[in-house]
Design a protein around this ligand. Structure first.
Ligand code: FES
Ligand code: FE2
Length: 425
C-alpha cells in the first residue's frame, strides 16, 4: 500500500530501545497500515474452542472492517469465512455468538453449508453456477483449542513452530473440556499497540495493580535483574529460587515450565513460561486459592503456578490448575481497542457450587480496568506536542522492546519486499 515518505522513513529508521513515534499511535494512515500488514497478513488470536463447543455454534470476530465468522461443523472442525453474502454482500451472522443450522442470509435467502458451499439460491436462472458463489474462506489454526485466524491467502507458515512448541505446555489444561464462565468486552481509549505494550511489562504492576500482585510477582514478566538488584533485594532472590524449585517440581509432574521466548525472532512471535504464584498460591484470585473446585484436565494438585502464553500481535493467556483466562486485543480505531477477556472453567463446574463468579473474575476485571486507565493516559500523552519517544528499561521492559521490534520489523519487511514473510519461513 502507498504510504507517505515521512512514515516510510520512520519505519525504516526506528531507534531501538525507544518508544515509537507519535504517529504510530495516532494517525489513520498507520491505523490502515496496521490493519493491512499486521492484522491482514498475520495470525490473529480470535477465540477459543469452548466459545463454540457444539456443531452449529458460531462466533463472529471483527478485524478492522472485516467481520469473520467461525463455525463448528458436524465433523467438529472450526472453519472461518468472511461474514459476507456472495449475493449482494449482506452481513450473514449479525450476532457475536449464536447457533445455526446452515448459514442462511436473511436478505434473499441464499443458503450455505458448514463448508461455505452455496446450497440454495432461488430465482437465479438456469445459467447460474452455485459453485462459483461459495463463502470466502479464512484460515483457521487451532493450537490446543486457541483459535488463530489469518486473512491472508498465504499465512505465515511458522504458526506450526508455535503450535509444536506450545502444545505440550497448554494441552494438560485440556481446553476442549472447559466451558465459558464469563466474557468481558472492554473498549480501551488507546491505540492497540499501547494496549499490547502495556501488557508486555510489569514495570507498572507494583504501583497500579494491588489485586494482581497478590497472586503474581512483578518479576515474571520479562524482569531481568542485574547483579546489584539481586544482591540488594531479598524478594528478587526468593523469586529466582522459587522459579528454580517450582520448575523442577512441575517438570517432574510432566508439565513443561521453562521459558521459551520467540517474541521478535519469528514471524509468528510468542513467549511462554510457567510462573510461580505468590506464597503457596494456586490461582489468580484475591486469596490465591483455586477459584474452582473442579480442577482442569487430569490435575489432582492445585499448586501448578500459572502458565502464561503471549502471542504477537494481539493476545495473552493464563492457564491455571482450576481456570484459564484468555485475552485478545483488536483495533477499533487509531485511539480505540477492544480487549476481550474470557474466563474458562471445567465444563462440569457448577457456578455457586464449584466456583463463585465474583471470586473467579475479580482479579482480572479490576486489573483490566486499571490497565485501560493506563492505556488512556498513554494515548493522551502521545497526542501532546511535547511527546517524544522515551527509553525502555532494559531490565523491566525487554518484551515491550521486542513487541516494537517485531511490529516495526513486520512493517519494514513488507515495505522492502511485499511478500517477505513468506520467504522468511
Ligand atoms: S444479500 Fe444475501 S441473499 Fe441477497
Ligand atoms: Fe497491567
Amino acid at each position: 500500500m502507498d504510504i507517505s515518505e515521512t512514515l516510510r522513513h520512520r519505519i525504516l529508521n526506528r531507534r531501538a530501545g525507544m518508544s515509537l513515534d507519535a504517529e504510530f499511535y495516532n494517525t489513520s494512515e498507520v491505523h490502515a497500515l496496521d490493519l493491512d500488514v499486521i492484522f491482514g497478513r498475520h495470525w490473529i488470536y480470535a477465540a477459543c474452542d469452548p466459545e463454540l463447543p457444539e456443531p452449529g455454534d458460531c462466533v463472529t470476530v471483527e478485524v478492522g472492517s472485516n467481520s469473520i465468522l467461525l463455525l463448528r461443523g458436524e465433523d467438529m472442525e472450526v472453519r472461518g469465512f468472511h461474514n459476507v453474502c456472495r449475493h449482494r454482500g449482506a452481513r450473514l451472522i449479525d450476532a457475536r455468538s449464536t447457533t445455526i443450522g446452515n448459514i442462511v442470509c436473511r436478505y434473499h435467502g441464499w443458503t450455505y453449508d458448514e463448508t461455505g458451499k452455496l446450497l440454495f439460491a432461488e430465482h437465479m436462472g438456469a445459467g447460474f453456477d452455485k459453485s462459483c458463489h461459495g463463502l470466502k474462506p479464512v484460515h483457521v489454526r487451532s493450537v490446543s483449542g486457541l483459535l488463530f485466524i489469518c486473512l491472508d491467502e498465504a499465512p505465515p507458515a511458522d504458526i506450526e513452530y508455535l503450535a509444536q512448541t506450545l502444545t505440550p505446555y497448554i494441552a494438560p489444561h485440556d481446553l476442549a473440556n472447559c466451558k465459558v464462565a464469563h466474557v468481558s468486552e472492554l473498549v480501551e481509549e488507546g491505540n492497540w499497540k499501547l494496549a499490547m505494550e502495556n501488557n508486555r511489562e510489569c514495570y507498572h504492576c507494583d504501583g497500579n495493580h494491588p489485586q494482581l500482585t497478590v497472586p503474581l510477582s512483578e518479576f515474571g514478566f520479562g524482569f531481568s535483574p542485574d547483579e546489584l538488584d539481586q544482591r540488594r533485594s531479598k524478594d528478587i532472590r526468593t523469586y529466582l529460587e522459587t522459579i528454580e524449585s517450582e520448575h523442577a517440581r512441575w517438570e517432574a509432574l510432566g508439565l513443561p515450565s521453562a521459558e521459551v521466548e520467540e517474541l521478535s525472532s519469528r514471524v509468528t512471535g510468542f513467549r511462554t513460561m510457567r510462573l510461580p504464584l505468590m506464597g503457596a498460591g494456586e490461582s489468580h484470585t484475591l486469596d490465591t486459592r483455586a477459584a474452582s473446585g473442579k480442577l482442569l484436565g487430569a490435575f489432582n494438585e492445585s499448586r501448578l503456578g500459572g502458565l502464561s502464553v503471549w502471542t504477537q500481535p494481539n493476545s495473552w493467556h493464563h492457564f491455571m490448575s482450576d481456570h484459564i483466562v484468555t485475552f485478545s486485543a483488536l483495533p477499533l480505531a487509531p485511539d480505540k481497542t477492544l480487549v476481550r477477556t474470557v474466563w474458562l472453567v471445567h465444563k462440569d463446574a457448577v457456578e455457586g457450587q464449584d466456583y463463585k463468579l465474583d471470586n473467579l473474575i475479580n482479579v482480572w476485571m479490576m486489573t483490566n480496568q486499571q490497565d485501560a486507565d493506563l492505556v488512556r493516559l498513554a494515548q493522551l500523552g502521545t497526542q501532546e506536542a511535547a511527546y517524544e519517544p522515551g527509553p525502555y528499561s532494559g531490565y523491566t521492559e525487554p518484551h515491550v522492546e521486542k513487541f516494537c521490534e517485531w511490529y516495526i520489523g513486520r512493517l519494514a519487511s513488507t515495505l522492502l519486499e511485499p511478500r517477505a514473510h513468506i520467504a522468511a519461513e
